[in-house]
Design a protein around this ligand. Sequence first.
Ligand code: ATP
Length: 253
Amino acid sequence: MKTIISVKNLQKKYGDFTAVKDISFDVHEGEIFGLLGPNGAGKSTTLEIIETLRDKTSGEVIVDGFNLDQSPDAIKKIIGVQLQSSGYYPGLNLTELIHLFGGLYNRTVNPHELLKLVNLTDKAKAKYKELSGGQKQRFSIATTLINQPRIIFLDEPTTGLDPQARRNLWDLISDIRSKGTTVIITTHYMDEAEYLCDRVAIVDAGRIVAINSPHQLIDNLIASGFERTTEVKKANLEDVFINLTGKEWRKED
Ligand SMILES: Nc1ncnc2c1ncn2[C@@H]1O[C@H](COP(=O)(O)OP(=O)(O)OP(=O)(O)O)[C@@H](O)[C@H]1O
């Protein structure tokens, strides 16, 4: 198993406050790796440092053999980052935006192929502001793929989506991984991490408190004698909702 990202003793200080405290972890090539943790734990700071968007205070980051200190531009070329929606010029439609972003990466992109991948071909001539929440997230994920990256970074990609749109996005992220792209994701939804992630790091107050596969973490907790206080039913309210409203793609997803 090849390590594609290696983070060693990473520290980030904002003035006197240390947001990331000596974090070390590896991401394996081809996996979906989750960074989980409460608000303010330091997840976005860690991601932004690896993405070359934020300076670190100390520590070492290697991405696909490139050291962040010496070769940030080489790293930029092989990663895909969700662009801020403020960069989506309001006057341009999705096809035009993809051409624009392709130009930024110096790449010729086929907008039709990219939109097909995220099931937005019928929105090719629509403007970003005309999309639903799920469609906006899918377009945002499409923009991470423009430079055919080896690794993509997704920061809370399903926040605010309805259950169908969320599950559709899970399928899309799994598809992207199955084509060989490594995915790093942050999420506050534990069901999402359990479903999607091969391994997760749980971050709390700037430190990693556990790192393993979701199943191993659950098994370790059970082995320690943990029991739920209430009996778990075989279905939950989300299952009821999906069962009643269907899980097929919808126009507005
Ligand atoms: N530019 C900044 N200046 C000062 N403090 C900052 C800055 N950016 C983040 N912080 C602080 O660093 C800590 C970690 O923030 P970060 O955004 O990395 O957390 P997070 O785990 O991504 O949280 P969330 O789940 O809320 O997105 C927080 O206490 C935050 O207030």
